[in-house]
Design a protein around this ligand. Structure first.
Ligand code: RIB
Length: 293
């Protein structure tokens, strides 16, 4: 069984600020850090650090070479990452004194992936293999349809949530990972709706899909058909929430592939993401298996 993450690869430009900058305001940052990120690359790192053999696909410019090297240091197969004559995606991230973030994305290579490159990338994957997707690259609908035709199992994290999500064939997925805001939006409910109600709606809308919903301090929830399972979060001082959701996805999927129960897998994923939020940065703040299992 192979795991392919087809997703974004970003250079994260991280600024520590007192508060998220307001319209018309200019503020100074107390710390700047350039690091490896992108929801796709972070999830590939989480899956690999958790112990799976992972292939990463995406598109970068020559400025993204340091990310490639970091992914390879986690033993991720990077042969499906396409190099092009343009810029790698960027994320400008402000982190306030409470560890909350605010992100501006510049898509770069993430939006330069072509239809031909998708066919080429998915060749060589077989029924039962897993593809992991987020919403930071183009042609997601085509990727999902092609992967399904090949019998691959599909994991979708529709994040960041925007108007593109409504046109995706999400019913083709085996797993959907959402946070409470994304879950409510996907369910067509107000953002403040309680997680159980969101889960009830999503399991009706997507009866063949396992729904995993993270709800910050309220914990993590699983819904499939009539099954409901919940796990509390691990409370730690929050330094930076960046990549917490990516860590959760990677560790939950890995735990399930290691035949752990849903309850145990939620527990492992909550523990892993509690470690990520206690450190600054994205990919490098994700723990390794021996810190979690
Ligand atoms: O999920 C966190 C990621 O979102 C960051 O690494 C940033 O690149 C943005 O894509």
């Amino acid at each position: 069984m192979k795991v392919l993450v087809f997703g974004s690869i970003n250079i994260d430009l991280l600024y520590s600020v007192d508060h998220i900058v307001k319209p018309g305001e200019t503020i100074s940052s107390s710390m700047f850090q350039k690091s490896a990120g992108g929801k796709g690359a972070n999830q590939a790192a989480a899956l690999a650090k958790a112990g799976l053999h992972v292939y990463m696909a995406g598109k970068i410019g020559s400025d993204g070479k340091f990310i490639l090297e970091l992914l390879e240091s986690y033993k991720i197969n990077t042969q499906k990452i396409i190099k092009y004559d343009g810029a790698t995606g960027q994320a400008i991230i402000q982190i306030d004194k409470n560890g909350q973030n605010s992100i501006i994305l510049y898509p770069g290579g993430n939006e330069e992936i072509t239809v031909n490159e998708i066919q080429e990338t998915l060749s060589g994957f077989n029924p039962g293999d897993i593809i992991v997707l987020q919403n930071e690259i183009v042609h997601l609908d085509l990727i999902m349809e092609t992967a399904k035709k090949q019998g691959m199992r599909i994991c979708v994290n529709p994040s960041p949530f925007n108007e593109k999500i409504s046109s995706l064939p999400l019913n083709l997925a085996n797993w959907i990972f959402v946070n409470e805001i994304e879950g409510a939006a996907l369910a067509g409910l107000p953002p403040e709706t309680d997680p159980q109600t969101v889960l009830d709606k999503l399991t009706k809308l997507y009866p063949a899909v396992e729904i995993i919903l993270t709800a910050g301090k309220d914990g993590a929830f699983y819904g499939f058909g009539k099954t409901r399972i919940k796990n509390e979060i691990v409370k730690v001082p929050v330094v930076d929430t960046t990549a917490a959701g990516d860590t959760f996805t990677g560790f939950f999927l890995t735990a399930r592939e290691k035949n752990m129960s849903v309850q145990e897998s939620l527990k492992i994923a909550c523990k892993a993401s509690s470690i990520t939020v206690s450190k600054k940065g994205a990919m490098e703040s994700i723990p390794f298996a021996n810190e979690v299992f």
